[in-house]
Write a protein that binds this ligand. Structure first.
Ligand code: SDX
Length: 426
């Protein structure tokens, strides 16, 4: 039986249909609101606005639940690989052995980057942020690997190019920013092992793969692989709604992810922890600064639009910090600072009342530091992980038979009708 909500506007009653999700989430469909009532809604930041129905990722922010195609992220982190999880997100089911092998072969075949793309890297200033390079180079893929439409065959080609080449292009920006030679992908290395090798191999000091680090990188990217309608995914969907090509949509997603309130937070957390250490501020002083409205300092890596409890990814990431540092027999004083900050914050009424908990970015940087990833590459690492989710969400949007171009309305608050005043009269 269909459900409806009744809304009374200026004395007249209107009924709007209710949409109920798999897990019981409810929305009322207001797509006809303006046509029927002349009213629009106002919801800056879209905190109460659903832009779509989606079958890809389920999050319950109150319970701290995250599932990709129904599978809990902690099960995928324990049992899956990033390539298998990418297949799951994009195809809607786990691959069988043949499908997984086929995907691995196709990713290997797509892993090289056109040699002429190097010229772009050579001409970026050496201190260019790798997120800016990545967004530009992903957009350039359209020129080097033309896709003429969004047919299944073309989308498959773009998908393989993106998932495979994003590693190669990311490692290239790191290598060339340091004047080092580019390391090519290897057919005998797995997806994650290849990335680490392309980053760190050296002809005079060959990079020795550590299977524990390869496993940790798989988990890191699985945890980042999708997160329903976050800022950058919304950017990808919006660009896709105009029927731009997948490369352009992903380039927009990378740009949106770069912000410190979003994917750039993992870099900002390490900068914050480092500043705390260097400033000599005590933990209680830092917590007070984060609570002080007159101070623009925020506890980076804390808080979330959806999670009002511990981010399930942060729990896994926190355990991974100890595991990776322990394996490498390393210590990171920033981890101790992060743990102390969490301990004090989670007992403070300000954080408790506002439901502010560690999010995925609070501990992820510690794991990346342990792997030897440079700080300015942290958000690139987030982008590589999020790519399969962006592709799955873009595909779901462009394949929606009821899909429309995303074009929100507004309430105008500017000047009323104003006549032009000639220059000599001003
Ligand atoms: C990601 O959306 C996703 O799913 C994103 C992501 C993904 O996987 O795609 O999970 C990845 O982006 C994680 C978030 C990374 N960003 C940070 O860690 C930056 C620090 N966090 C905040 O800037 C903030 O919590 C946001 C941006 C994450 C969420 O912002 P909201 O939902 O708009 O919340 P808000 O800014 O309205 O804050 C509500 C209250 C405010 O106080 P009041 O105005 O009610 O008095 O909580 C306060 C805020 O001042 N607050 C914080 C805080 N975060 C919120 N106070 C201190 N430190 C913080 N970190």
């Amino acid at each position: 039986m269909s459900e409806f909500v009744k809304v009374i506007i200026e004395g007249k009653t209107y009924e709007f249909p209710v949409i109920i999700g798999t897990e019981g989430e409810k929305a009322f469909d207001i797509s006809q609101l303006r046509k029927l009532t002349g009213y629009i809604t106002h919801d800056p930041g879209f905190g109460s606005t659903g832009c779509c129905t989606s079958a890809i990722t389920f999050m319950d922010g109150e319970k701290g639940i995250l599932r990709y195609r129904g599978i809990p992220v902690d099960q995928l982190a324990e049992h899956s690989t990033f390539v298998e999880t990418a297949y799951l997100l994009i195809n809607g089911h786990l691959p069988n052995h043949e499908q997984l092998t086929n995907m691995r072969v196709l990713l290997n075949d797509s892993s090289m980057v056109h040699e002429d793309m190097k010229i772009f890297y050579q001409n970026f200033p050496r201190n260019t942020h790798p997120m800016g390079i990545l967004s530009a180079m992903v957009n350039a893929l359209k020129s080097f690997y033309p896709a003429y439409d969004n047919t299944e065959e073309e989308v498959t080609k773009m998908t393989l190019n993106l998932i495979s080449k994003i590693r190669t292009m990311s490692a290239m920006s790191y290598r060339m920013s340091r004047g080092h030679m580019v390391i090519y992908p290897r057919p005998d290395y797995s997806y994650c092992a290849n990335f680490l090798n392309m980053m760190f191999d050296n002809p005079v000091k060959p990079y020795k793969l550590d299977e524990d680090l390869v496993k940790a990188l798989n988990v890191f990217w699985i945890l980042h692989a999708d997160h329903e309608q976050n800022c950058s995914t919304t950017a990808v969907r919006v660009v896709g709604s105009g029927k731009a090509n997948l490369y352009a949509a992903i380039s927009a997603g990378i740009a949106a992810l770069w912000g410190p309130l979003h994917g750039g937070a993992n870099q900002a957390v390490i900068e914050m922890l480092t500043n705390i250490q260097q400033s000599g501020y005590s933990i209680p002083q830092v917590i007070e600064k984060a609570k002080d409205k007159s101070d623009d300092f925020r506890l980076m890596g804390f808080g979330h639009r959806v999670y009002k409890t511990y981010d399930p990814r942060a729990k896994i990431m926190k355990k991974m910090c100890d595991a990776v540092l322990g394996k490498l027999k390393k210590k990171d004083p920033l981890l101790d600072t992060a743990k102390k900050l969490e301990e004090v914050a989670l007992t403070d009424s300000y954080f408790i009342e506002k439901n502010l908990y560690p999010n995925v970015d609070f501990y992820s940087g510690i794991v990346l530091r342990a792997m030897g990833i440079p700080l300015n590459m942290f958000t690139v690492m987030f982008a590589i992980g999020r790519l399969p989710g962006w592709i799955a969400q873009w595909q779901e949007g462009v394949e929606d038979p009821n899909g429309k171009i995303c074009r929100p309305r507004q309430i105008y608050t500017g000047a009323g009708l104003t006549n032009y005043v000639p220059l000599e009269e001003r």
